[in-house]
Design a protein around this ligand. Structure first.
Ligand code: ADE
Length: 246
């Protein structure tokens, strides 16, 4: 998979060279390029922002450097064009389902906005020649899109074949599709007792069906407690008509 990231702080993306994503890059599973948006400026000060039309606080990223950057990174048109992801708190919420969908793409381009965001015409113009989405990683505001890109890249790259040693670990975790939208059950390792806290007895039983039942129950309890929004809606109780004898 080819991944391009455009930012005015390319160093922010350095952690991608570490750990599993770093290995995926070394192994050639991912081809990552991080670009400095200022490369596509032409003035002495390498300006990327300006004041907002209509007034308001803060600065807005000018469209020209973004337009040129995207022309260079995605010159192709038609089938096989890259997928552009513009990071913004006003975007569609990122999810595991989206990570799974993005893991099937050949080429992703991440646009990391700073200040109050990127001029709205950038997404419209890019949308004419590639699939373009504005994405948010949560209902809070970061200082820019770099950390959001890191989050999405990590969530996507770990799904690529060959990145995680044991692919089975991908299917049992929280938010994995096929997990009925349940959070993952609590997990334990050695020692059996630690600071007076025991590992639940059932996990030593060797009884796989009972362990699976216990895990399922704990996953349901946790989900009900922490994320009831993930559970399917309870069907409305059917109306029972009681015939009264006269
Ligand atoms: N940029 C600033 N906040 C963000 C968020 N929550 N998600 C994506 N990009 C952002």
């Amino acid at each position: 998979m080819k991944i391009d990231v455009v930012s005015i702080f390319p160093d922010y993306l350095q952690p991608l060279r570490l750990s599993l994503v770093g290995k995926a890059i070394e192994n050639g599973i991912v081809d990552l390029d991080v670009h400095d948006l200022r490369h596509w400026t032409h003035d002495r000060h390498r300006t990327v922002d300006d004041t907002p039309y209509g007034g308001g606080a803060g600065m807005v990223m000018r469209p020209e450097p973004w337009g040129e950057a995207l022309d260079d990174l995605a010159p192709e048109t038609g089938a096989g064009t890259p997928r552009l992801l513009i990071m913004t708190p006003a975007g569609r919420p990122f999810s595991q389902a989206m990570a799974e969908e993005l893991a099937g793409e050949d080429h992703l381009i991440f646009a990391c906005g700073r200040y109050e965001g990127v001029d709205a015409r950038v997404g419209v113009d890019a949308g004419k020649r590639m699939r373009t989405d504005e994405i948010s990683i949560g209902d809070y505001v970061l200082n820019g899109g770099e950390v959001a890109s890191l989050v999405i890249i990590e969530a996507v790259v770990r799904l690529l074949p060959g990145v995680i040693g044991n692919p089975e670990s991908l299917t049992e975790e929280s938010h994995a599709t096929g997990q009925d939208h349940l959070l993952e059950y609590p997990i334990y390792t050695k020692p059996p007792t630690w600071r007076g806290l025991d590992v639940p007895e059932i996990l030593f039983s060797g009884h796989h069906a009972k362990i699976a039942d216990w895990r399922r129950q704990r996953a349901e309890e946790l989900t009900r407690e922490r994320r009831p929004d993930l559970l399917p809606p309870v069907p409305a109780a059917s109306t029972i008509t009681i015939e009264r004898a006269t």
